[in-house]
Structure formats: C-alpha cells, structure tokens
Design a protein. Sequence first.
Length: 386
Amino acid sequence: MIPQTNIAAAAAVRLTLHHSFFAEVFYSMTILEATPEQVAGGLLTQATDARSMWINREFFTSIPLLQQTTEVVHELLHKILLHPTRRGSRDPKLWNIACDYAVNAIMKLSGFTIPSDWLLDMQYSGMLAETIYAALLKRVKENPQQAQPQLAPGRYDVKEPQQDGKPLSPEQVTRFEDQIKAVVERATANAEAIGALPKGLRLEVARAYQATAEPWYNHLHRYMQSLATASYNWTRFNRRAMLTHGVFAPAHYVEALGDVALFIDTSGSCYQAAQQAQFAMHLNAILAEARPHRLHLYYFDGRVYPGEVIEAGELDIETRPRGGGGTKFEPIFEQLEADDVVPEVCIILTDLLGTFPDDEPEYPVVWANVLGWGEAPFGETIHVVD
C-alpha cells in the first residue's frame, strides 16, 4: 500500500485554524503523493475519488500556502457533493467540467480566491453538477461548432472510486455515499456550533443528497401501482370482514393495466447502451407486477421508428435501438394516434433535450429522464440516474 504523505500538512493546519468544516472532512481522506505513472498519465495537480486525494508534489510545492489550501478545499468539495460517485454514464470530461463549475461557485461565495485557470461562471451558482451538465450538453448539441468550456491540462480531477480494480457495485456506492454523508453531517454540526459553516453550503449539500435519496425504479414502481384500477367485487365477499365484524362486504381487487406505450430516445445526446439495458431490466420487473394487457414499444429521435407489440405473458423488453439524430417529442403522440393506441400510460426514456408538443395528451405520461435533472412541461418526471 502506498503510504500517506505529509505534503499537505501545512494546508491542513491552515484549514484547522480558518476552515474547521473542511478540516474535519480533510482528516477523513487518505492523502497520497501522485506516482510517476499517474503524473505521466496526466495527474498534474490533484485528483480525488472521494476516498483518497492524490497530490502532484512538483506542482503543489511550487504554489504558496494560500493556494495550496484552495486546491485542497476544491478536492474536498468534490467529495462532499458526491461527484466521484454520481457520474453514471455521463461523459467523463464534461462531467468534470460541470463539477468544477459547481465547486468553484461555492468557493467564490465562501471567500476563496479562484485561480485564473479555473472554470468559474456565477450563473451556475446554486446548481447541482447534474443541472450544469445538462445545460452544457444542451449547449454542445445546439451549437456544435461553438467553442466549448475546457479544463486546463491536469485539471480533470474527479476519479471514480474502485474496489479491487473494479468500479463499485450499486450496493457499494450506496454504502460509500452513506459514509461520506455521515462525515459531512458531523462536520456540519460541529461547524454550525461555532458559526464556521461556509455560506450556503448546507443547502448545496442538502440538494446533492436529496437527489440520491431514492432509486428511480422505486418511484416508477409506486407510480405504476397507483395506475392499477382498484375496485370492489360484489360477486365475492370479504371473508375477513364477515369473520371479524359479522357483516357482508365486497372483496377488494386490483385489475391489471391496459395497454402501456414505451418510447426509447435514441438521439445522439441520449443513447447509452448500458443505461438503456439497465432501464429495461428494472422496467421488466415493474411491468411483471403491473401486468399490462400489452406493451407497445417504439424508438425515436426526430421521428418515431416502427415499434413492436409485446403481448401479456411475453413481457421481456430488450432494447434494440435505431436512429441517432436530434430529438422531437411531438411525433410520439402523433404515432400513438396513428396506431389507434390510447395507453393507460406512456413512458418515455429520454434526456428531455428536444421540442415538446403544445397540447398535453389525455392519458398519463411518465418522462424517465436520464440526465437526472430538469422537468417536462407536463406529465410525471422521474430522474433515471445510475
């Protein structure tokens, strides 16, 4: 095991004296000196996976103590806001850029001097990295020829945590994030007790942690359950009511759903094979319980591609996407009308980066948003994040 280094000892002392909140989080980290291999691979400043912080000695010893402290706090905020575990299937570089915009705005409001080569735009103040990522992705999509923000060399510092050289499983991610939250809650309570909590940080942390509070498929499961038609059957009587209360009462039952429509966005900005396969896996389990009469499966980008009808008892969704252009949502509802399908619910897996129809359909619509941010103008939006 690579031993910890005392290279950041002076910065740690300064944190203890002036930024007690960050000092407590700092001491939960393993501080390591970047290896020659890591430096050759581009680790020119610092990096973190929320468990360890790697520091490039040549760079770190060349800057004054005040900037050393700023550099360390930057990495600590990546941990506090769960950036290393929240990327999912997003583009790593664009995700890092979004994370830096989120972190640097907080640091600016907290009184830190932001180096000139850092990304700083106060329009992103108060936004989660997921929100910023969506805005950046939309800008890239709408203006592909326009110069996009870039990090300086060596500033791509958000690394995904691993266990035995492999990415963490969902269960391991949950446990790891719970450990981080416990550290942050303790540091927050201690800093608040002495009036030393950085401005606005509690709200930023609450937003980040709320986004991880519940798996998306639990939300969708509850929603699908609510659509099932609950009713009472007078041809059968409720035996429990008869035995316990001596009265006749109708038996309660739940009907299966009627037709369900599923549209999968295959536009260039949305399509991720692994993400769609995971979505299909969870949806198969949910539909097995909801028991729809049949499922109408389509793919779409700027238009809808020929779908398939899956009958009850044969529900086994396998994503076979086609297309890959821009995104329009109007053709979805036009296609259902053309196919004479009035679904009990229409589920749309998408990034919401497209044009919406002016009129809302009469049937329920669920937008399964893979960006984890943003709301559709109508229907129920569920954030599908890894």
